[in-house]
Design a protein around this ligand. Structure first.
Ligand code: AHR
Length: 494
């Protein structure tokens, strides 16, 4: 490998380490919010969970959905809690008690040190509800909606800067699904009115729900054709799984993620060219993760429960390795991907799990996310990698070694995130870092496991945890390290 300070990709937008909390399963109720829990604060939020979120230094959290937002009346979630309605929530077939809404979440996010990435409902609602929500959240005072916010106890505006124009509007599962033309027009008009209220906001339009959607690419082109001037970002979503137990093929899925990013960027630039526009649309990968363990059990849940245990994935070590590789992909595409959200944060497809009335623990995927969020800030450098390769069921020429490099010029640190996907043997890493003079290795963290299917549970929360026993060393401008078989490595130099 060769890493040089001059091989710059881009300054990383810290928002690529964002996450997501939806009114779904036990993410909000029974996750971040559990008023009867011994560690709940006066607002009902669990302080132990908040502590774990803070540990991750999550810069931004998308809220309140997801599929949920497409049927949500935001007005139900503000004002005196005892007057808030209980509603049938159609996206997840649950009952929504509305005890947590925009204001409570804004306060929680502030305590977590995170900004809010707010989503408006463009499924069952439209321009009016969207612009009213912006006024309620961001306008200082002296108007109906801003004064109502003050009446509700929040005098200061929340100042949410980035907004999603709906969610996965191409999906047949979405409440109020639209064609690309219907959605493009609506996104444009909603965006125009929202910006009319607050010209400082940034807007994310929905791209395809995933790369295999039948309307993929046409959807992106049509939506942007109709809404290019109003939007700043286009969204991408992807979830991977290993339901057929083919680990080499599973770990190769970052090639799909990479191609997805390149293709969507190409469609954005095609529309830019057509419009002779000076503006470049950024990418918001605002849902990404592993999701497959819970799909079958979730089908057996009875409908209309409040906070049912949905999407509760017990992540394995190999899932953490893929999540690490997905983070590497995001860092290497930092010139185009400016926002990304690990979906999600607590209990539902999440790095943090809780027991109702009990403890909270870190899933395996917590660790690569933690490492990237803490050490992946600065300039993304392009590593030149010569790695042995393999073929799998769906992919050819898959490099065993994937890596990203981040240079923090202020702190004078260089961090390498390196994954070895080879299940059979360790790999010697030799990396030319002559451009980094006398930087010395300050730590080599490793996440590995004898059992790729090992998980952390309430009873064994530390089954898979990183150790600092890696052997990386700077040997006169050549970084040498052993990359254990199936391992996630974080090598930090200063
Ligand atoms: O994150 C879970 C769900 O996945 C979201 O609600 C939806 O947008 C996606 O399909």
């Amino acid at each position: 490998m060769i890493i040089d300070p001059e091989y710059r990709i881009a300054d990383i937008d810290k928002r690529i380490y964002g996450s997501f909390l939806e009114h779904l399963g036990r993410a909000v109720y029974g996750g971040i919010y559990e008023p009867d829990h011994p560690q709940a604060d006066e607002g009902g939020f669990r302080t132990d969970v908040l502590g774990l979120v803070r540990e991750l230094r999550v810069p931004i959290v998308r809220y309140p959905g997801g599929n949920f937002v497409s049927g949500y009346r935001w007005e139900d979630g503000v004002g005196p809690p005892e007057r808030r309605p209980r509603r049938l929530e159609l996206a997840w077939k649950s009952v929504e008690p509305n005890r947590v809404g925009t204001n409570e979440f804004a306060r929680w996010a502030r305590q977590a040190g995170a900004d809010v990435l707010m989503a408006v409902n463009l499924g069952t609602r439209g321009v009016d509800a969207a612009r009213n929500l912006v006024e309620y959240c961001n306008h200082p005072s002296g108007t109906y909606w801003s004064d109502l916010r003050a009446e509700h106890g929040y005098r200061e505006p929340h100042g949410f800067r980035t907004w999603c124009l709906g969610n996965e509007m191409d999906g047949p599962w979405q409440i109020g699904q639209k064609t690309a033309a219907e959605y493009g027009r609506l996104a444009n008009e909603a965006g125009k009115a929202m910006r009319g209220v607050d010209p400082a906001i940034e807007l994310i339009a929905c791209g395809s729900s995933y790369r295999a959607m039948p309307t993929y690419a046409d959807w992106e082109a049509t939506v942007l054709d109709l809404a290019y001037d109003q939007v700043d970002y286009l969204s991408l979503h992807t979830y991977y799984g290993n339901s057929d137990g083919d680990t080499p093929n599973y770990l190769a899925r970052t090639l799909d993620m990479e191609a997805f990013i390149r293709e969507v960027a190409a469609v954005c630039d095609y529309v830019k060219a057509k419009k002779r526009s000076k503006k470049t649309i950024g990418l918001a990968f605002d849902e990404w993760n592993v999701w497959y363990h819970s799909i079958e059990p979730d089908k057996r849940q009875t409908p209309w429960q409040e906070a049912p245990p949905l999407l509760e994935e017990a992540y394995t070590f190999e899932d953490a390795l893929l999540v690490g590789c997905m983070l590497i992909t995001l860092i290497r595409n930092a010139d185009r991907v400016r926002i990304a959200c690990l979906a999600q944060l607590v209990n539902a497809i999440a790095p943090i799990m809780t027991e109702t009335g009990g403890g909270a623990w870190r899933q395996t995927i917590f660790y690569p996310y933690l490492h990237a969020s803490l050490y992946g800030r600065g300039t993304s450098l392009r590593p030149i990698i010569h790695s042995p390769r393999y073929d799998s069921k769906d992919f050819a020429d898959v490099p065993f070694v994937e890596a990203a490099a981040v240079h923090d010029e202020e702190e004078e640190t260089l961090t390498l995130f390196v994954a070895n996907k080879d299940a059979d043997s360790s790999m010697p890493l030799e990396c030319d870092i002559r451009g980094f003079g006398d930087y010395a290795v300050v730590c080599h963290l490793v996440l590995e496991s004898e059992d790729p299917k090992a998980s952390n549970t309430a009873a064994r929360p530390d089954a898979v945890v990183p150790h600092s026993g890696g052997d990386a060393a700077n040997d006169d401008g050549t970084l040498r390290a052993t990359l254990g078989k199936l391992s996630w490595n974080v090598i930090r130099l200063r």
